[in-house]
Design a protein around this ligand. Structure first.
Ligand code: MG
Length: 166
């Protein structure tokens, strides 16, 4: 099937940019997470780690699914669930669970950092949350996806540092 041959990673990257998320913004989160543990880490290594996370097809699928749900909520297409998702209702939680599909393939360092970013909302994560409060802008899935990409890239940096690749 030709569908399988689509470059979903490239599409996911472009959709992130369309939704206001630059890869540099994510790399900045990674840098701030890992700098205390990997003092020699550079921003370009963080950006490369982000690119590596995005290169996985299953990561691209999660990004594309989450963004579609955010956009569907903005268009009021989600029936009974629309208001819950549009308002990022605190007891909803499916946004975090979906993002864990990215975190789960990157180990325990990714998992702990994901919880940290979700709680503290630094940089682009806080920006997305604030923007998402505006009328008809929904970042319910996107903010968790960004946390998941950053925490997964942070895990890659930690492992590369330990292996003396950084
Ligand atoms: Mg969310």
């Amino acid at each position: 099937m030709s569908m399988i041959k689509k470059d979903f990673s490239a599409i996911a990257k472009q959709k992130l940019i369309n939704r206001g998320v630059n890869l540099d913004d994510i790399a900045n989160l990674v840098f701030d997470l890992q700098k205390p543990y990997c003092p020699t880490v550079q921003k370009d290594a963080c950006l490369e780690a982000v690119e590596n996370v995005l290169a996985k097809r299953e990561v691209a699928f999660t990004i594309l699914t989450g963004i579609e749900l955010d956009m569907a909520a903005e268009k009021n297409h989600l029936n009974e669930m629309n208001q819950i998702i549009l308002d990022d209702y605190s007891l909803y939680g499916i946004d975090e669970i979906m993002a864990l599909s990215i975190v789960n393939v990157h180990g325990s360092i990714a998992l702990t950092n994901f919880g940290y970013l979700d709680k503290t909302k630094p940089g682009i994560v806080g920006f997305l949350e604030e923007e998402g409060k505006k009328d008809n802008i929904c970042h319910t899935f996107l903010d968790d996806i960004v946390c998941a990409i950053a925490s997964s890239a942070a895990s890659k940096i930690a492992h590369d540092y330990e292996d003396n690749k950084i």
